[in-house]
Design a protein around this ligand. Structure first.
Ligand code: GDP
Ligand code: IMO
Ligand code: MG
Length: 429
């Protein structure tokens, strides 16, 4: 009876999908617990590259069951598109192995229209959302007016609810944002079609996971987004609208804390962020280009979901310590170590300076955080290509020292070091 958790330790895109894929061969169930199709998880398996937004990365492994938990917000159109893409690649996506929790909230076209209208209104202060309707869907959820997946199993009720939902949003869209209203009849008809296709996937998610745990199966909770995008603990308001942290796993799947075993924080060997918000170790110019890449490689730092160039910077251990506090990490997994090969000296941020004082905790005031300067410790780099390393001692001494520095700073053991996007490009500890 075990739940293991994979958590994004920074601002997302740490390689959670890739690590979930790695661990999936040892588990029975992989479950998503938060976020929606704002997530983009890339998994490379030989010639194939899978870009998953909603469906857990475990789907690629035959025999692994997958669950979309109640904490997720699900766009049915995206779900069906993703199913079709996986089926084309020969992946079994039948309702026998893929489940949607009945109390998962649905994203509709009017949520997306609201997301876009709100962002446009924010102007220069825009959050830089993925414009997938995530914020408005969670807003309806906590406002107790959301549409839940169980409605897909009762078509008549669904039609009425969707109509009323779109009309409510139309009022806001036209009166507050001066945007065009959407066609409620058309959207209700679309949802009737989605319902026919998706209803077989809808189950009692809590009961399903509980039954798996009672049978002594191992469940892996696949994080989406990153801890610094958490609505409570991230750089608010430049965050997403959910809880991508370990706490979010409990509510987002409907489990208690006693069943949790490992909490693996996935951290990139440097930092990246898409969208607006404070980023103390951010780089620009040639140094940024060196970490981001030009886009020529599939793993270069361009968003999986939106294609936007990611902002990049040196590794920030203040962020990772915050993540450790919030998630009680049992392990840390470092990804993209290969990208640092060839950089002579690697600055690692160990504290911030705020108005001339050294601080060791991240200020919650955006204004203060904006004034923070990184205090770096300079670690020696390495020249060697590390993509072929499979054991710790295969890594050059300075690369070993780099990952050991992270682990020592946090007081958390390493679980893996990823040295390339491919399944086997990993150092197991
Ligand atoms: P996620 O959202 O956390 O699942 O991460 P993304 O998939 O959005 O972004 C991570 C990117 O880095 C993907 O393109 C992965 O294939 C790639 N990647 C993961 N681990 C490594 C690694 O160790 N080295 C390199 N070069 N690429 C990696
Ligand atoms: P994965 O799972 C990186 C960011 C957006 C924006 C903010 C709010 O691939 O790590 P939203 O659309 O959620 O309202 O946008 O959050 N964001 C992500 N950044 N990776 C993600 O997911 C993200 N999901 C949301 O860029 O800054
Ligand atoms: Mg991603």
């Amino acid at each position: 009876m075990t739940v293991d958790i994979v958590i994004g330790a920074q601002w997302g895109d740490e390689g959670k999908g890739r690590i979930t894929d790695l661990l999936a061969s040892q588990v029975d169930v992989v479950a998503r617990f938060s976020g929606g199709d704002n997530a983009g998880h890339t998994v490379s398996v030989g010639e194939e590259t899978f870009k998953l937004h909603l469906i857990p990365s475990g789907i690629i492994h035959d025999g692994v069951m997958c669950v979309i938990g109640n904490g997720v917000v699900l766009n049915p159109a995206v779900f069906l598109r993703e199913l079709a893409g996986l089926e084309e690649k020969g992946v079994d996506t039948s309702p026998e192995r893929l489940k949607i929790s009945a109390n998962t909230h649905l994203i509709t076209p009017s949520h997306i229209a609201m997301d876009k209208a709100k962002e446009a209104q924010r102007g220069a202060g825009a959050i830089g959302t993925t414009q997938r309707g995530i914020g408005p869907a969670y807003l309806d959820k906590v406002g107790r007016i959301g549409l839940r997946a169980h409605l897909l199993t009762t078509p008549e009720e669904l039609a009425d609810e969707v109509q009323a939902h779109v009309q409510r949003h139309n009022q806001i869209l036209t009166e507050i944002y001066g945007a065009e209203p959407l066609n409620a009849d058309e959207i209700a008809a679309q949802f009737a079609d989605y319902a026919q296709k998706i209803a077989p996937y809808v189950v009692d998610g809590v009961e399903f996971i509980d039954a798996a745990l009672q049978e002594d199966k191992v469940v892996l909770a696949e994080g989406a987004q990153g801890t610094m995008l958490d609505v409570d603990h991230g750089t608010y308001p430049f965050v997403t609208s959910s809880s991508p942290t370990a706490g979010g796993v409990l509510t987002g799947l409907g489990i208690g804390p006693k069943v949790v075993d490992r909490v693996i924080g996935v951290a990139k060997a440097f930092s990246s962020r898409v969208g607006a918000g404070p980023f103390v170790t951010e780089l620009d110019g040639d140094q940024a280009l060196r970490l981001r890449g030009t886009g020529a490689n599939p793993w270069d730092e361009y968003g999986t979901t939106t294609g936007r160039p990611r902002r990049v910077g040196w590794l920030d251990l203040m962020i990772l310590r915050h993540t450790h506090r919030l998630n009680s990490l049992t392990h840390i997994c470092v990804t993209k170590l290969d990208i640092l090969s060839g950089i002579k000296e690697l600055p690692v941020c160990v504290a911030y300076e705020l108005d001339g004082k050294r601080i060791e905790s991240i200020p919650y005031s955006l204004d203060e955080l904006g004034r923070c300067q990184p205090i770096y410790e300079l670690l020696p780099g390495w020249e060697e290509d590390v993509t072929g390393a499979r054991t710790l001692t295969d890594l050059p001494a300075n690369a070993q020292a780099y990952v050991a520095f992270i682990s020592d700073y946090l007081g958390v053991p390493l679980s893996h070091v990823s040295v390339g996007p491919e399944r086997d490009q990993v150092v197991h500890m």
